[in-house]
Design a protein around this ligand. Sequence first.
Ligand SMILES: [Zn+2]
Ligand SMILES: [Zn+2]
Length: 280
Amino acid sequence: MSRPGIESGLDLLSNDTRFDILRALARQRFEEGGVAHMTFTELFESVETGDSGNFNYHLNRLIDRLVRKEGEHYRLTYGGVQLFSWLQAATYAPGYEYDVIHLEQSCPFCDKELTATYEEGHMDIGCEDHWLLGAYVHPTWIESLPVDDLIHQVSLMLQNDIELIANGICPLCSGSLERFLQTDEEEYPNLYHYPCSQCGAEPRLRPPQTALHDVRVEEFYRERGVELHETAPWQLYDTFHSSRVISEDPPHVECEIVVDGDAAFVTVDGLGSIVSYDEA
Ligand SMILES: [Zn+2]
Ligand SMILES: [Zn+2]
């Protein structure tokens, strides 16, 4: 796993003057609101150093990495904003765990109740024994949203994540995903894995999930009263029936989707493309 940016990134943050510059810009952006940039004088005055040579040197080291200079103004780069946004999300503890949320649906594998639970910034959907889906959820959502809105937003985010993953884009870091097919897991006999070479995440998708944005599949669901973009991803698990490997290399899987007693047979390549489509 190569992570070329970690050392140089940590090095940028390891100096007191650079740290103070970033803190001043981040405070202004995240805590004060309004205009999110500072002049050289404002920035110099907010950093505790009497040494302008030292200040200049460290400011220049940040330019085009975490700080952008525009005319007379300095602001965080897009990457700098992302960094502080995630730092805030990762370290902010709401002080309580969300109670278990009951989803009024049974587990597709064992009929126990499906619930959503929140721990360490992660929302997981599943029953006592089976994990279905999960996503990082910003802690401010937990604090500010009523349960129904929270579940709705998690649903939208998971729909979005599934589409990104099927298109080979990491939902965590936007890096490129590889793809391989795992055929020996207990609950999911055929599962696509998508390792990210940039952040080390390895999201997984069930074969039919990779085809949910195909117009034929959307139409198949729609004709039976299911609008995919309005349906939570975990509510679709009951419609995913048998699947079998058609080809190992490239990894193609034929899966059966059943809605209202009608079946569609869809062969997918795991990259959001359908190899063949038939309705029974
Ligand atoms: Zn279960
Ligand atoms: Zn990644």
